[in-house]
Design a binder for this molecule. Structure first.
Ligand SMILES: Cc1cc2nc3c(=O)[nH]c(=O)nc-3n(C[C@H](O)[C@H](O)[C@H](O)COP(=O)(O)O)c2cc1C
Length: 186
C-alpha cells in the first residue's frame, strides 16, 4: 500500500486510463480548467508550441473516428471491423493536442501538457485516456480536411488525443502493476 504524501501524489497514484464513458457531458468550465492546467506545463524555451482543439461535436468525432478505423482496419481487419467501433470509447469530449512542426521539442512539450491535463482531470473527478490511435486519421488522404475541422493553425500536426468524461467502469480492465525494476540509483 502506497503512502500518499499529499493530494497531488494521491492523484498521481489514483489516475488510470478509462476506455468506457457515460453519456454525461463535461461542463465547459471543467474543460477550460483542464486547458488552463495543461498550459502551465514546462516547455522548452517557453515557446508553448501547442494548439488544443477541444471537440464535443459528435459529427467531427465521428468523421475522425471513421478515418481512424479505416486506417486501423488496413493493419488489423479482424480487430477493427466491428460495426460501431469507437477509438474514443464514446468519450463525450476529446482534446486533440497539436504541436508546431518546426519546433523540435514540440512532442515533449505537448506530452508534459497532456500529463498536467490527465492529473487535473483526475483531481476534479473526471476520467481520461491518452490516445495515439487517432493519429492514423491525420496521415491519410483526408488529413487536411480533418485538420481544417479542428481549426488547426498552419504548420501544426496532431500529437495525440485525450478523451475525457465520466467513467463507465463496467468492462474496464485493470492495467498491469507498475514495476520499479526500471530504475538504478547510483
Ligand atoms: C502515448 C500514449 C498513447 C496511448 N494510446 C492509446 C490508444 O490509442 N488507445 C487506448 O485505449 N489507450 C491508449 N493509451 C493508454 C495506455 O494504454 C495506458 O496509459 C496504459 O495501458 C497504462 O494504463 P493507465 O493509464 O491506466 O495507468 C495511450 C497512452 C499513451 C501515453
Amino acid at each position: 500500500m502506497t503512502e500518499y504524501r499529499n493530494e497531488i501524489t494521491r492523484t498521481i497514484f489514483e489516475r488510470r486510463s478509462t476506455h468506457h464513458y457515460l453519456e454525461k457531458p463535461v461542463a465547459r468550465e471543467d474543460l477550460e480548467f483542464l486547458v488552463s492546467c495543461g498550459i502551465q506545463a514546462p516547455n522548452s524555451r517557453n515557446l508553448q508550441p501547442w494548439f488544443i482543439a477541444c471537440v464535443q461535436d459528435k459529427e467531427i468525432l465521428s468523421a475522425i473516428n471513421k478515418e481512424t478505423v479505416e486506417g486501423l482496419k488496413e493493419k488489423d481487419p479482424f480487430r477493427f471491423s466491428k460495426p460501431g467501433y469507437s477509438v474514443f470509447g464514446n468519450a463525450p469530449a476529446v482534446f486533440f493536442i497539436l504541436g508546431e512542426r518546426s519546433v523540435t521539442t514540440a512532442s515533449i512539450d505537448c506530452a508534459f501538457l497532456g500529463g498536467n491535463m490527465v492529473l487535473a482531470a483526475q483531481s476534479i473527478g473526471l476520467s481520461s485516456c491518452v490516445m495515439n490511435q487517432p493519429l492514423i486519421a491525420f496521415e491519410g488522404s483526408r488529413k487536411d480536411a480533418l485538420l481544417d475541422m479542428l481549426k488547426a493553425p498552419f504548420g501544426y500536426t496532431v500529437r495525440f488525443a485525450l478523451g475525457v468524461g465520466y467513467s463507465d467502469s463496467e468492462g474496464e480492465r485493470k492495467p498491469k502493476e507498475r514495476t520499479e525494476r526500471c530504475v538504478v540509483y547510483l
